[in-house]
Design a protein around this ligand. Structure first.
Ligand code: AMP
Length: 279
């Protein structure tokens, strides 16, 4: 497995692979890899010949009072996870390499980014779109895999790739959960044992709402209420509970098209997100 720390290192590999007629799949991550990330690597293998995983805690997607400095990092463990999942190269750049001191060019998706997480994290998706554009350009990937765990992010990236005619395919991968139901996240490490137990109210609410949907409930308020009440029971502080059109991310009242039930809530200082695609 290659560890690439410069743009030139990655480009040399990608160019050689393309010359051999191989396709390249990229899995962008912020590291501290878990089974959710690993599932993306496995899915990437089904869509491309060579797999690159980027490990980069992207400073431009964190707001001033967010957890950039304490975001968990463990590159040795990340290497082992990538090795175990047949990854061909890791791109592991420094912030200085990715952002010149006079960096001034941004990619900003203007519609979907304003809703949901965009309301409490105003610069987040600008940072995500910009870094993903850079990673696509650096890796020369043919396919990139994003998890449905970050549903809004995945839908925004898909929109950006379509709008800007970027020459790659975006694959969405299923959300992976802990055995107890909690959506896997590098941020789960922040939770105390007691917060973790209370945070299970999110997945319980998601499962209960999904079951009601499968039983035929199509009223958005009814489904949102199930999730809201469950999180309140766990004493989570709700940021949002929304039921949206999957394409526009605009709220819907009756589910008559592919929809997304999504939430964000704080348990202690930790902000968790979860969702289910209703289709
Ligand atoms: P992150 O390192 O949190 O930025 O995530 C990198 C990629 O892994 C994103 O596409 C996420 O959506 C995806 N991912 C993170 N957690 C999960 C999960 N529990 N299930 C599926 N994909 C995930």
């Amino acid at each position: 497995m290659n560890i690439c720390k410069t743009v030139e290192d990655v480009r040399a590999l990608s160019t050689a692979w393309h010359k051999e007629g191989k396709t390249i799949g990229l899995v962008p991550t912020m590291g501290y890899l878990h089974d959710g990330h690993a599932s993306l690597m496995d899915i990437a293998h089904r869509h491309a010949d060579k797999i690159i995983v980027s490990v980069f805690v992207n400073p431009t997607q964190f707001g001033p009072n967010e957890d950039l400095d304490k975001y968990p990092r463990d590159f040795e463990r990340d290497q082992a996870v990538c090795e175990a999942h047949g990854v061909d190269a890791i791109f592991y750049p420094t912030p200085q390499l990715m952002y010149a001191p006079d960096f001034s060019t941004w990619v900003h998706e203007d519609s979907l980014s304003q809703l949901m997480c965009g309301q409490s994290r105003p610069i987040h998706f600008r940072g995500v779109c910009t870094v993903c554009t850079k990673l696509f350009n650096i890796s020369l990937c043919d396919v990139a895999v994003f998890g449905k765990k970050d549903a809004q992010q995945a839908l925004i990236i898909r929109r950006m790739v379509r709008d800007l005619n970027m020459p790659l395919q975006i694959v969405l991968a299923p959300l992976v959960r802990e055995a107890d139901g909690l959506a896997m996240s590098s941020r789960n490490k922040y939770l105390s044992a007691e917060e973790h137990q209370r945070a299970l109210s999110i997945s319980k609410g998601i499962f209960a709402a999904q079951k009601r949907y499968e039983e035929g409930e199509r009223n958005a308020d009814a489904l949102k209420r199930i999730l809201t009440e469950s999180i309140q029971k766990g004493e989570g502080q709700i940021d949002y509970v929304v039921l949206m059109d999957q394409d526009t991310l605009r709220p819907i009242e009756q589910i008559d098209r592919p929809a997304l039930l999504a939430c964000a809530a704080f348990f202690g200082k930790t902000r968790l997100i979860d969702n289910v695609f209703l289709e």
